[in-house]
Design a protein around this ligand. Structure first.
Ligand code: GLC
Ligand code: CA
Length: 578
C-alpha cells in the first residue's frame, strides 16, 4: 500500500486546534481510587499517605493530573460516595493534614489535583439528614432532601415507581414513631438520600464546600452524577431503564430524574466560583492556573452532553459514548465524530475515557465477543472474557484514545493492563448493587481490586501486611509494576511511550482529519502546529501494510516489516509530513 491509498478527506476537519490552550483542554488525568491504590498503614485499605509515597511513579508515567475518588468522612455504604462530612477526611484514609501534604507533594511534582464532589446525595448519617429525620414533615430541615408522602392506603406505598440505579425501589420509608412515616428518595443506595436542589441551604452549602477545597489548593472537581441533581416537577412515573448505563443511545423520552435543564444554572454558579480563583478577564490571567470541573453525566445524545461543557459551565465531561463503543471501525468512527462535532459546536474539548471504578476494566471488556452489552460486573459462572485478546485490544484502544485531540482520563492499573477480577468469590463483594439486585448483577468490585506494585511482596506490594479489602487475582503478580518497569513491550512501557510521544507532538491540541483506509480501519491524521501524525487501527481480518515512507512513532503491539496486525494501533509520520 502506498500513502496515496489514505485519501485525505480534508472536508472533514474536526476539533479546532487549541495549541497553547489551557491545560485542561488536552490534559491526561489519572484516576486514583484511594481504597485500592496504596496502603501505608497496613489495614488493608489504601490511604492518602500511601498515595503520597507513590506520586513519583505517576510523575514518571507522564500524566498531568490526578483525580481522587472520595476520601471524605463516610460510613462507606457506597465506598465513600456516601458522604457524611464534606469538609473532612475519613480516618480510614487519613486526616486533613495528610490531604494537605498530598496536595503539596503533587504540586511539587507539577501534578494537578482534582477531587471528587458528590452533590446529588449525602450519606444518611450526614447531620442534615439525621436532623431531617428528627423533624416534622414539611419542616425546613426536611426540605433539604426529597421527602414525600407515600401513595396507597396509609401512604404505605412509595410516592412513585422510580427504581434505584443499584436495584430495588428508589424510595425508603422514614420511621416516625406514632405517625405513618414519609418516604425519602435515593436514586442510589438507601443510605444515600438525594438532596433537594431547589433548597437554598443546599445551594449555599455546596458553594461553600467548593471554596473549602479550593482554599486548600485543589485544582478542580470531578462532579458525581452531574446529570441527576434536579428532578422533573411532580416526579412523574418512569418505566424506562433506571440504570444510567442503559439509557445511553436509546430513543426514549428524557427520564424525569436525569438531565433536567435546571441543572445547568447550578453549574454556571459554580463556574463563577472556580473562575474567581483565576479570573479569566484579568490582564495577568494564567491559563495554567485554571481551576476546572469535569462532569460525570451519563447523557445521550452527544448534543445534550455538550450542553454541560458550554461556555460558563463545565470544562470537561467524560465521553461515555466512546467508552461504550463497540470494537468495530464503524462504531468507533461514529462515536468519535459525533462527540467531536457536538463539542466543537460549543467550543469545548472532548474528554476521552475507557475505564473507571464503575465499569468492567477495558482489558476484560474488550475480551468479550463484539456486540456483548457492557456487563455490570463479571463473576464465577458468567461467560469469561478472553484475556489475551482483551489485553491486545485494550492496548490498541488506549493507543487510539491517546492520539485523539482533547483530554483523557486513565484509571489506576490500566497502565499495567490489569484485567477485571472476573472470578472474585461472591462472598467478598461489597458493591451494594449485588445485594440490591438480589444477586442479578455482580456490580463493580471486580474493577476496584487493589493494584499490584511488587510481585514478591504480600498483596503484591499494595500494603505491608498481606491484608487487602478485596481479594486480588493471581495474575496481578506477573502484572505488578516491578515486573513491567523497563521491560520492552510491557503495557507500562507502552503507556510511558504513548504519553511521552503525545506530549512531544502536542496530540491533545490537534485537529482530526479522517483518512480513508478501508472499512475495517480507523485512520486519521492529527494535525498540530508541530506537524502531522497519522494513526491507524486495524480492525479487519488481515494484516495491513503501512505506507513505504512511514516512520513509526508508537505501536500497541509488534509491527514487523511495516505490517500492522489485526487489533493493533500505530502512530507514524508519512509523506514528508513531520
Ligand atoms: C457515580 C460514581 C459511583 C457511585 C454513584 C453514586 O456514578 O462514580 O461510583 O456509586 O455515582 O454516588
Ligand atoms: Ca490503610
Amino acid at each position: 500500500m502506498t500513502s496515496s491509498t489514505f485519501s485525505d478527506r480534508a472536508d472533514h476537519v474536526l476539533h479546532t486546534a487549541h495549541q497553547g490552550g489551557a491545560w485542561w483542554r488536552s490534559a491526561v488525568i489519572y484516576q486514583i481510587y484511594p481504597r485500592s491504590f496504596a496502603d501505608a498503614n497496613g489495614d488493608g485499605i489504601g490511604d492518602l499517605a500511601g498515595i503520597t509515597t507513590r506520586l513519583p511513579y505517576l510523575r514518571a508515567l507522564g500524566v498531568d493530573a490526578i483525580w481522587l475518588s472520595p476520601f471524605y468522612t463516610s460510613p462507606q455504604a457506597d465506598a465513600g460516595y456516601d458522604v457524611a462530612d464534606y469538609r473532612d477526611i475519613d480516618p480510614l484514609f487519613g486526616s486533613l493534614a495528610d490531604a494537605d501534604l498530598l496536595i503539596k507533594s503533587a504540586h511539587d511534582l507539577a501534578l494537578k489535583v482534582i477531587v471528587d464532589l458528590v452533590p446529588n446525595h449525602s450519606s444518611d448519617e450526614h447531620p442534615w439528614f439525621q436532623t431531617a429525620l428528627a423533624s416534622a414533615p414539611g419542616s425546613p430541615e426536611r426540605d433539604r432532601y426529597m421527602f414525600r408522602d407515600g401513595s396507597g392506603p396509609g401512604g404505605g406505598e412509595p410516592p412513585n415507581n422510580w427504581q434505584s440505579v443499584f436495584g430495588g425501589p428508589a424510595w425508603s420509608r422514614a420511621a416516625e414513631p406514632g405517625t405513618p412515616g414519609q418516604w425519602y428518595l435515593h436514586l442510589f443506595d438507601a443510605k444515600q438520600p438525594d438532596f433537594n436542589w431547589q433548597n437554598a441551604d443546599v445551594r449555599h452549602e455546596f458553594e461553600d464546600v467548593l471554596r473549602f477545597w479550593l482554599d486548600r489548593g485543589v485544582d478542580g472537581f470531578r462532579v458525581d452524577v452531574a446529570h441527576g441533581l434536579v428532578k422533573a416537577p411532580g416526579l412523574p412515573d418512569w418505566s424506562g431503564p433506571m440504570n444510567m448505563l442503559d439509557l445511553v443511545d436509546k430513543d426514549l423520552d428524557r427520564p424525569p430524574m436525569w438531565d433536567q435543564d435546571p441543572v445547568h444554572e447550578i453549574y454556571r454558579s459554580w463556574r463563577k466560583i472556580l473562575d474567581s480563583y483565576n479570573p479569566p478577564s484579568a490582564v495577568d490571567h494564567d491559563a495554567a492556573q485554571d481551576r476546572v470541573m469535569c462532569a460525570e453525566a451519563w447523557v445521550d445524545p452527544p448534543e445534550r452532553a455538550a450542553l454541560y461543557v458550554r461556555d460558563g459551565e463545565f470544562h470537561q465531561a467524560f465521553n461515555f459514548d466512546f467508552l461504550q463503543s463497540d470494537w468495530t471501525a464503524r462504531s468507533l468512527h461514529r462515536n468519535i465524530t459525533r462527540s467531536l462535532e457536538a463539542n466543537d459546536g460549543v467550543g469545548a474539548p472532548t474528554t476521552w475515557v475507557l475505564s473507571n471504578h464503575d465499569v468492567v476494566r477495558h482489558a476484560s471488556r474488550l475480551g468479550l465477543p463484539i456486540g456483548t452489552p457492557r456487563p455490570n460486573g463479571i463473576g464465577v459462572g458468567d461467560p469469561q472474557p478472553d484475556p489475551v485478546l482483551g489485553l491486545r485490544r485494550a492496548r490498541a484502544a488506549t493507543t487510539l484514545m491517546l492520539a485523539l485531540p482533547g483530554g483523557a482520563y486513565l484509571y489506576q492499573g490500566e497502565e499495567l493492563g490489569l484485567p477485571e477480577h472476573t472470578t472474585m468469590p461472591d462472598a467478598a463483594r461489597q458493591d451494594p448493587t449485588w445485594e440490591r439486585t438480589r444477586h442479578a448483577e455482580r456490580g463493580r468490585d471486580g474493577a476496584r481490586v487493589p493494584i499490584p506494585w511488587e510481585e514478591a511482596a504480600p498483596t503484591y506490594g499494595f500494603g505491608p501486611t498481606g491484608r487487602s479489602w478485596l481479594p486480588q487475582p493471581e495474575v496481578y503478580g506477573e502484572l505488578a509494576v516491578d515486573q513491567q518497569d523497563g521491560r520492552e513491550g510491557s503495557t507500562l512501557e507502552l503507556y510511558r511511550l504513548l504519553l511521552r510521544t503525545r506530549a512531544e507532538h502536542h496530540l491533545g491540541e490537534g485537529s482530526l482529519i479522517w483518512l480513508d483506509a478501508g472499512q475495517d480501519v480507523v485512520s486519521f491524521e492529527n494535525a498540530t502546529v508541530q506537524g502531522r501524525v497519522r494513526v491507524l487501527l486495524n480492525l479487519g481480518g488481515a494484516p495491513l501494510p503501512l505506507p513505504d515512507d512511514a516512520v513509526l512513532l508508537a505501536a500497541s503491539g509488534p509491527v514487523d516489516e511495516g505490517v500492522v496486525p489485526v487489533d493493533t494501533t500505530v502512530w507514524f509520520t508519512a509523506g514528508g509530513h513531520q
